[in-house]
Structures are given as C-alpha cells and as structure tokens.
Design a protein around this ligand. Structure first.
Ligand SMILES: [Zn+2]
Length: 316
C-alpha cells in the first residue's frame, strides 16, 4: 500500500445537457481542471442526462465543443465513452444504480412513498431554514425493515438517522448537517422511475474513482446526504470543494435560461483567452483580467486564493 501522496487526484466535470453552458458552469470546470492538472491527476467528463425530458444530445455535443474551445481537455469520458469506467452518460448507467439500490434495500432503510407533490407541499412537517420541506415520514412503515415489494407509482425513500454528519469542505471549512432534522428521508428513485441525483452522483463518483468533487455551493449541504450513501454502500467519500455561485450583474444566479452569459453569447463577443483570464481574475487567481490559456494558470493555481463568499458577480 502506498501512502496518501501516491494517490492520483481524480476530478470530474459533470454538466447536464439541458442547455448551453454558462459562465458559472465554465468557472466550475476551470477550477476543477486546474486543481487536477496541478496535481498531475485525471479529469473525467460525465454527462448528467438523468432527466430524459430536459436532456438533449445536441447540448452534450456543444458542451464538448465549448470545452475544446476553452482549452479544457479531459482524460476519460464524454460522448465517445473513452476510458475504463464507462459508460459516461448517466442515462446508460441504470443497471449500476439498480445494483446500488438493491444493496440499500438490503439495509432495511428503503420504503415506498406514495405522496404527491401537492401532498408534500401541504405536509405539516417543519420546514428547513431555506424553505425546503422536511418529509413527514407519513408513508414509512411502523416496523422497518419493510420487506413488502414497493408498488410501482411510488417513490423510494431512504430512512435516515437522527445524527449529524460532519465533513470538511475545501473552501468553506467544517460543515455539520443533521440529516433527519435538516434533510429528512430523501428520494432515491422517483415514482416515474427516474433516479435521484443523490444516488446517481454517489454511484458514479465512487465507481469512477473520483476523489475530488468541485461544484457550486448550492450543493454544499447535500454532501451530507451523499456521505450517508457512501457509508451505506461501503465506499470512501471524495473531498469536496464547493465554489461561490456566479451571478449576473443584478446579483441573480446564472441559469441556463440566462442567454446573455451562455457560451453562445460569450463566444460571440470574446476570445477563449479573454474569457479564461476574466474567470481566473474573478476567482482570485489573477490580479487583473489578463487574457491567457488555462494551462498557463496551472503553475500558480492555489485554492487558498479562491473567494469564500456565497456568490461572485459577473461583470462582462
Ligand atoms: Zn409519503
């Protein structure tokens, strides 16, 4: 066995092909890529197309084209499925999620929930500080484990313990989340058969050997749910680094409907080097927005320079 310094850093970029990438997606990709390249590690491109209604192959192709344009190369994955851990599109990984679900069912913690969206909205359960509904456990059988087969048309939920999960984020430091009180029993598979983000992301990152996850801080607290799944499935959790969300000039978080900051608009008005330099400047990696290529930033890349604010504002 080697020591920790022998472990190769494996990062990933996992966009949803539900629209053109925007500056926030590119910021996440750039930081993850720099962190991996600085450590001489491997970078994976995974297509998170779990939602068949919103995912389009043409957007996945545009994601690849935009990454090429930016100068962000990947070692595994993408639409060509190159690498030893494929397939790299979530829509083709259903058997792997199914296998993980079976193992979770064997722990006696999974139960069927027939509540509709309206039921959940009307629930008497307390609300989390951010307005999320904590599921009231209305459908949880009194005696667990429940060995009754789950009728179709029900979602599957994971019964979580009333315990705190602690982890250290690479940017925001130590976090502590009580699952039962702050998240509640969460969905693993929706009533329509779609896999939840929580289950898919854990299975994918674990099986692909990902040990560093860089993503937006809207997912900061969901790491606790994922740690819980890692433990139940017997996998080693990765290190997380959650980044400030990129907002537009009005302070509103960028979304795929925000055409002004999407890659189509950005590519029409600036060069790749200008965009990379600007994002690096926003991320504290450059003292001013000097046009440059991603590889020119590898040597000086330092996580401690990244801003620890909740958001950063785009001014281009
Ligand atoms: Zn229910």
């Amino acid at each position: 066995m080697g020591n920790a310094s022998d472990i190769i850093k494996v990062g990933r970029f996992a966009p949803s092909p539900s629209g053109r990438m925007h500056a926030g997606n590119v910021f996440t990709a750039l930081i993850s890529w720099l962190s991996v390249r600085k450590a001489g590690g491997r970078w994976i491109l995974r297509i998170e197309d779990l939602d068949p209604q919103r995912s389009r192959q043409e957007y996945a192709r545009l994601i690849e084209d935009d990454l090429h344009w930016l100068g962000l190369d990947w070692d595994e994955g993408g639409l060509s499925d190159a690498g030893a851990h494929g397939p790299y599109s979530q829509s083709e990984r259903g058997e792997l999620y199914e296998a993980a679900l079976s193992r979770l069912m064997a722990t006696g913690r999974v139960y069927g929930c027939g509540c509709t969206r309206a039921d959940l909205r009307d629930t008497e359960a307390p609300h989390a500080s951010d307005g999320r509904v904590i599921y009231s456990r209305k459908c949880k059988p009194e005696v667990m484990p429940c060995y009754e087969p789950v009728a179709s048309g029900k979602s599957l939920r994971l019964w979580v313990d009333d315990e705190s999960v602690t982890y250290v984020d690479g940017l925001y430091g130590e976090r502590c989340v009580n699952l039962a009180r702050e998240c509640g029993d969460f969905v693993l598979r929706r009533a329509d058969g779609a896999w939840s983000y929580q289950l898919a992301v854990v299975v994918d990152d674990a099986l692909m050997g990902v040990n560093e996850v860089v993503r937006g801080n809207d997912l900061l607290d969901s790491a606790a749910q994922q740690i819980y799944l890692y433990r139940l499935l017997g996998y080693e959790p990765p290190r997380w680094m959650h980044l400030p969300l990129v907002c537009n000039g009005q302070g509103v978080r960028l979304s795929k409907r925000d055409g002004a900051a999407d890659m189509g608009a950005l590519r029409a008005r600036m060069t790749a080097r200008e965009l990379v330099g600007y994002l690096a400047y926003m991320g504290g990696l450059l003292p001013e927005p000097i046009a440059c290529e991603p590889r020119e930033l590898i040597g000086e890349f330092d996580v401690s320079r990244l801003p620890r604010t909740r958001s950063i504002r785009l001014t281009i």
